[in-house]
Design a protein around this ligand. Structure first.
Ligand SMILES: Nc1nc2c(ncn2[C@@H]2O[C@H](COP(=O)(O)OP(=O)(O)OP(=O)(O)O)[C@@H](O)[C@H]2O)c(=O)[nH]1
Ligand SMILES: [Mg+2]
Length: 375
């Protein structure tokens, strides 16, 4: 039986099994098995060159950030690309108009954002239907996934798409499970937790971990983890690139043909924007939100005694440190930095003298004072 079939069987069994105290253990095992088969599938695809990393669409990463438009056919992905960028991707009423990856650029607050229009995916994409695997493999390379949905579409469209991404190892808007795993050579399986575990029993944990031929390890749970969270941590232990934790923003298009009631409900969901490409409704808001979701920060540099250069700013991701900024200027710069002066949001006072580990914030100005100067 193929892995895809095995996955389908377990999914069916899970949907048939009623959740109660008696079936808890069984469900836990099924979930564990499902997660393992999914991991095997991603692995298999990667090895055959037919997916995961090997066969994403070959579009060079360029610009300060990459956004991938992912969605079912005909939801308006190409229409959105054409409105946001100066690229032209074919638009038509029929499904699967877009057959390859079409890149475009959006310049936002001085940042160059690469936007990828992708072919529509359908349910079963991760199992090899259509170009799904290639699409999802490309989405893995994005800094932000924009899930394009139809405001009047199937109520479960978001859930279905998320499941397809999950199967291919993409976790959206989620942190890596907070579980410590240390594999050892003796001592059996030791389980500790800082919170009560309501979804896992010691017996189930051991069963799941033994399936991976791990017999000695220390596990420390900092969260009330589910079986699939534990599997993620084990998989990450063996293959660090098998899971990707990506940000995702949802955009409901075609609001021109939905009722106010439906619209109101959609608009209040987290990480969500509602638009109409056809009538160009709410696009400004969408772009504003896109900027926030991307989490980019701009940094301006200045030299001693001169005004900051507000034209040529550097664009970094939130969480970047002074060290990252210096590296972007020149890879040898961090080694000759004496200290750095910072003006702006991240500074306690203006200017604040900081070291390389200082985290910068949007629109900070920095002046690098070198240990050895050229002059
Ligand atoms: N009513 C309405 N129609 C829209 C809107 N945006 C796009 N459309 C129409 O929806 C159809 C599909 O649009 P596309 O942009 O080609 O959709 P896509 O998601 O790129 O489709 P595939 O490439 O096939 O996956 C076209 O007929 C568009 O004119 C909208 O806001 N409102
Ligand atoms: Mg298209």
């Amino acid at each position: 039986m193929s892995i895809t079939q095995k996955i389908k069987d377990i999914e069916n069994e899970l949907s048939r099994t009623q959740k109660n105290k008696r079936t808890e253990y069984h469900i836990g095992l099924l979930k564990g098995k499902l997660a393992r088969y999914r991991a095997q599938l991603v692995d298999q695809i990667a090895k055959s060159g037919g997916g995961a990393s090997g066969a994403s669409f070959e579009v060079a990463k360029s610009g300060d950030a990459r956004v991938a438009l992912v969605g079912f056919p005909s939801v308006g992905k190409s229409s959105l690309l054409n409105l946001l960028t100066d690229s032209e991707s074919a638009i038509a009423q029929y499904e699967f108009t877009t057959l390859t990856c079409v890149p475009g650029f959006l310049t936002l607050h001085g940042a160059r954002i690469q936007i990828l229009d992708l072919p529509g995916i359908i349910r079963g994409a991760s199992a090899g239907k259509g170009r799904g695997r290639q699409v999802i493999a490309t989405a893995r390379s994005a800094d932000l996934i924009v899930m394009v949905l139809d405001a009047g579409g199937h109520p479960k469209q978001k859930e279905y798409l998320t499941a397809e991404l999950e199967t291919m190892g993409i976790r959206v808007n989620r942190q890596k499970p907070n579980i410590g795993l240390r594999v050892k050579t003796s001592g059996g399986v030791q389980i500790n937790s800082t919170v009560p575990l309501t979804q896992l029993t010691p017996e189930l944990i051991k069963h799941l971990i033994h399936d991976y031929k791990i017999f000695h390890c220390e596990l420390l749970f900092h969260e009330d983890a589910a079986p699939e969270d534990l599997i993620d941590i084990i998989e990450l232990h063996f293959r660090p690139s098998s899971r990707q934790y990506l940000r995702c923003m949802y955009v409901y298009n075609k609001i021109d043909i939905t009722s106010m009631e439906e619209l109101n409900e959609l608009a209040h969901q987290e990480h969500t924007a509602v638009i109409s490409c056809e009538l160009k409704l709410n696009l400004d808001n969408f772009v504003r939100q896109l900027w926030n979701e991307l989490g980019l920060v701009r940094v301006y540099t200045k030299t001693r005694g001169a005004d900051p250069d507000f034209v040529e700013g550097l664009v970094m991701f939130q969480g970047a440190t002074v060290n990252d900024v210096c590296l972007q200027i020149h890879r040898n710069l961090p080694s000759i930095v004496k200290h750095v002066l910072v003006w702006g949001r991240s500074a306690k006072y203006n200017p604040q003298q900081v070291g390389l580990t200082h985290q910068i914030e949007d629109e900070d100005v920095i002046e690098v004072v070198k240990r050895i100067t050229a002059d």
